[in-house]
Design a protein around this ligand. Sequence first.
Ligand SMILES: C[S@@+](CC[C@H](N)C(=O)[O-])C[C@H]1O[C@@H](n2cnc3c(N)ncnc32)[C@H](O)[C@@H]1O
Length: 313
Amino acid sequence: RTLGELALRIAHARALYRPLGEGGPPAIAQLLEREGALGATARIRVTSADPTDERASCLRAWGDAYRAQGGRIDLTDPERTFRVVSGTGGGSTYVLLEQLRVVDRKALHARRPGSQAFRQPVTLSSRLARTLVNLAEAPVGGTLLDPFCGTGAIPREAGLLGHPVFVSDRSAKMLRGTLRNLAVAGITPELAGVADVSELPGLLGDRPRVSALVTDPPYGRASSTGGEGWRDLLSRLYTLVPAIVGAEGTCVMLLPLPDPDLPLPTGWRGRSLGLAERVHASLSRYVYRLEGPHHLPAPGRANVSAGLPGRAL
Ligand SMILES: C[S@@+](CC[C@H](N)C(=O)[O-])C[C@H]1O[C@@H](n2cnc3c(N)ncnc32)[C@H](O)[C@@H]1O
């Protein structure tokens, strides 16, 4: 179940794999023989564009190794799928992976900006919006707020992952567009309002703090700040963050530079999580995260930035 949930959340990968071992062709054969002893049907894949790739010539021997202890090969409906990829040592070293789940990339593609009911040039890709939501590390069922919701790409991904969402924007037209896009996705926000960021406390009233604020603020390029410098706008948001987000929470933002270098709310930490995308020669977007005084990163997530698309793995 956990793997299924993880595969559902993933934004950029094609599948989840478990590494079973690494080595030259004989070592891979040994690993496959051991797996074959479990008796399941399997398919072994060695996708490569190069017809002279050594792996293609090993495939028969690897299949034989899998069958040696009772395993069976089934190319159409196997119980297990293995993949042999290049190893970290280069040359003739390979890694044997077992595919655990395939990510439903078609569904993400179906929500691309061009196919939305209400779209604007500022609309984020569903992949990037989902990445931002994931990087917030909000607990299951935790509420997410996007106070610059625009066309609603972030709250839509959050809602589809099961988070209750609060949305606001100072533009009534944008808020209406968000509500339209959320309705198409079957999401009803728990709270929606036209508000400048400074009006957020009034909009939220006495509701409990949210788990995370995830947003894509305007920088005065594709989307207007009303003449205000984007760093001033961000400073106004920063002063409100502790009152809006719990101490365990986070505030994840997409910014035009790695670190806005602004004074942080008391007790909060700021972390640059890396390059998200290069929009054009003079604009790249980076992910920056504010972490509450009690925020503990999820285990095994020492380098969350490694999952971002613009960063080499
Ligand atoms: C970059 S867009 C958000 C795009 C959104 N992520 C999407 O996928 O459509 C920024 C939004 O911030 C809103 N905005 C600008 N200044 C604001 C302010 N002071 N308070 C609240 N919203 C503001 C704009 O109306 C715009 O919709």
